[in-house]
Ligand binder design. Structure first.
Ligand code: F6P
Length: 325
């Protein structure tokens, strides 16, 4: 493997608050340590299409507090094909980029993993996703900000739920993981969370609702993790049928959850992990994602990072249940 002089950086998949802080950290740490940096626009799609610009320290000025990603992002179809990845490799050669840094979620790290097995290009990943579903890291960049956004929204919904004595089903993002739903339910004092990691069925749901609204409360909030088959609408319809006496509403928070200025925690996480990328490169690490475990920066092999079984602490289900009596 040749010497690394120039590092390419891209953001890919769904954006997350803190991606800019990560771009800034990688860029500035790299330049500090004597590397050149090139920004690759629009994720893997921009790599295949050679949308690449030399970065200086000024390229990342005043972005630490901005949501979204200055590099833009995309879910590239062409990079999923062997021809697309070959083209990406040729562009990297042509641009003189010796190592690739990918900031993104599960799909993006999977892309880097496949690419690194096909071509001799050192790839380093950074966990950038609101879903917190990457294995081997306690936190992903953007998760904390999104959690706070959800809690802020649910606090507002609580006001109107109370005034009207209604049951609200609030749908949150998370793809196949329930971290956002479970943690936001605890933080917002919701009566229940419906998450893919738990086999909450309609009976259990009715138990929550019945208990909450009959016993001591005049309103209820249930946080539902998004799902194509049984999202908030599905559960709301079931409760409407079983309890026609209750006034039920649905609120799907949608993409408001992905925007906004990153929290201090996300900015610090992104800054630490971004610096970790350059340490990893200097350390001779290849094809790993930089994660955080027990507040220590760690290297997670790509094959682990993309595992789909990141565990949720099941004791949190009991915590929520007991706190919502
Ligand atoms: O992975 C991030 C995420 O926001 C998921 O929580 C959600 O399922 C998905 O992306 C939505 O993607 P899009 O913005 O393409 O609709």
């Amino acid at each position: 493997m040749g010497k690394i002089n120039c590092i390419g950086i891209l953001t890919s998949g769904g954006d997350s608050p803190g991606m800019n802080a990560a771009i800034r950290s990688v860029t500035r740490t790299a330049i500090c340590k004597g590397f050149r940096v090139k920004g690759i626009y629009r994720g893997y799609e921009g790599l295949v299409n050679d949308e690449i610009k030399e970065f200086t320290t000024e390229s990342v000025s005043n972005i630490i507090g901005r949501g979204g990603t200055i590099l833009k992002t995309a879910r590239s179809k062409s990079f999923m094909t062997p021809e697309g990845r070959k083209k990406a490799y040729d562009i990297l050669q042509q641009e003189g980029i010796d190592a690739l840094v990918v900031i993104g979620g599960n799909g993006s790290i999977t892309g880097a993993h496949i690419f690194a097995t096909e071509f001799d290009v050192p790839c380093i990943g950074l966990p950038g996703t609101i879903d917190n579903d990457l294995y081997g890291t306690d936190l992903t960049i953007g998760y904390d900000t999104t959690l706070n956004t959800i809690v802020e929204c649910v606090d507002k919904i609580r006001d109107t739920a109370n005034s009207h004595e209604r049951i609200f089903f609030v749908e949150v993002m998370g793809r196949d993981a329930g971290f956002l739903a479970q943690y936001s339910a605890i933080a917002s004092g919701a009566e229940a969370a419906i998450i893919p990691e738990d086999d909450t069925d309609a009976d259990q749901l009715e138990h929550f609702i019945g208990r909450g609204i009959r016993k001591s409360k005049n309103s209820s909030i249930v946080i539902v993790s998004e799902s194509p088959k049984c999202g908030a609408m599905f559960y709301a319809d079931r409760v409407k049928k079983e309890y026609p006496q209750y006034d039920v509403r649905v609120s799907i928070l949608g993409h408001v959850q992905r925007g906004g200025s990153p929290s201090a925690r996300d900015r610090i996480l992104a800054s630490r992990l971004g610096a970790g990328v350059i340490d990893a490169i200097l350390d001779g690490q290849r094809n790993v994602m930089i994660g955080i475990r027990h507040d220590q920066v760690v290297y997670v092999p790509f094959s682990d990072a993309v595992r789909s079984d990141k565990a949720m602490d099941k004791s949190l289900i009991k915590v929520l249940d007991e706190l919502s009596i």
